[in-house]
Write a protein that binds this ligand. Sequence first.
Ligand code: RVP
Length: 486
Amino acid sequence: SEKLRVPEALTFDDVLLKPKRSTIEPDEADTASQVSTNVSLTVPILSAAMDTVTESGMAIAMARHGGLGVLHRNMNLDQMVEEIERVKSADELIIPLEDVVTVDPETSVREADNLMAREGVGGAPVINTNGEVQGIISSTDVRPHLEVDENDPVEKAMTDEVITAPQDIDARDAFDLMYEHKIERVPVVDDENLLVGLVTMQGILQRREYDQAVRDEDGQLRAGVAVGPFELERAEAADEAGADILFIDCAHAHNGNVIDSAREIKSTVEADVVVGNIGTREAAKDVVDFADGVKVGIGPGSICTTRVVTGSGMPQITAIAQVADVASKHDVPVIADGGIRYSGDAIKAIAAGADAVMLGSYFAGTDEAPGRVITMNGKKYKQYRGMGSVGAMQSGGGDRYLKDTDEDDDYVPEGVEAATPYKGTLQSELQQLVGGMQSGMGYVGAESVPEFKERAEFVRVSAAGQQESHPHDVVITDEAPNYKPD
Ligand code: RVP
């Protein structure tokens, strides 16, 4: 029958990268990649918009290490705005006025000392009632010594010839200024000498530590945010709060209403808009004219039951390749979302045409993911659940599955609630992931992501070949940091 003359679709384990002549050492492989029209990443990796994966703690860590966190949307708009602001301000060069500890010139030395100790700062600008900078006081100025009594006003103990910086100072100049004057902090003032913020040496050194960090033009960390397919209000609030990319969070974005709504969101906001998820060439054709990126994945997720519950889906390598065929012609970046268990899967996704990959389970066990560590049978785990699981849908966001979740007793879930082994810090997980991907680029002989996509070729793997790929005929005695038997 015609019906049964069906095309084949492949996933990660069906293919391997063909090794090619190479002059590239793995650590020379440059992983920088475009993730949407206006945002590129140092490492092409995103953490999933799930309530057991990405809140501000994860998003800050992801951006600091060169990737991007996408905040989930099981939270109200106020919480979301707060979360976005946390990410955006995490590594800010200039601490904004509202967060700066200041003291009044008349305050007693004792009070100032107590205040600084309480707030955990080593010094504070001294400002008058107009907000003009009069001096700066540091905890060493208030230590008991001969000239100053603890009941004296701060103005007697402060440094009054204070070095200040203009609002447009950059990290380099701020460092030089502080180094030259041997000072730890510099008040930032406007033209009228009114205090607008503070730069600290500690802040600058912290920023330097993250030399891979993904930042916007103002030096703030980049943040991604999930919005429901019909949540125009959330989209506007996220945009207003400074989100860099909005991710339309839908399990099946190839739907007329979703596409219309996504188009409307795109025309309203300044942020980039990534549309997803999709998994076919036809879906890609319907969104590439307006999307700043497309996200691919219908059913590959580790906690996802879409394929068994609905009988539909698309094995991930084929889904990526189909979408990328169309999207690449329109210069629309492709994000492969779901099903990645190993660094090898991630680099195969890129070989199939993705520009970046999104992972959930891989990161859910790290310290930076929300939720606490639980112990079962002596082993440590963290909770990890699908956003289409009953529990997650009860916390909001069921419209991802295009269902009316006001009637909350008749959910048809498309995900499960689970636990994943506890893994320690995100940094060490990312290091293994990125390192493995770079080695993959080395095997193919490509120095950059675009060159890798060009050069990579797949071979098809048989069941016997797949068995050969994994450790076999041995008993593993010491667990490797990047391999766990299924
Ligand atoms: P994985 O990395 O395999 O754990 O997959 C994570 C992805 O699974 C998410 O980014 C999302 O696209 C998808 N997901 C999230 N919840 C569900 C579900 O409940 N079915 N699926």
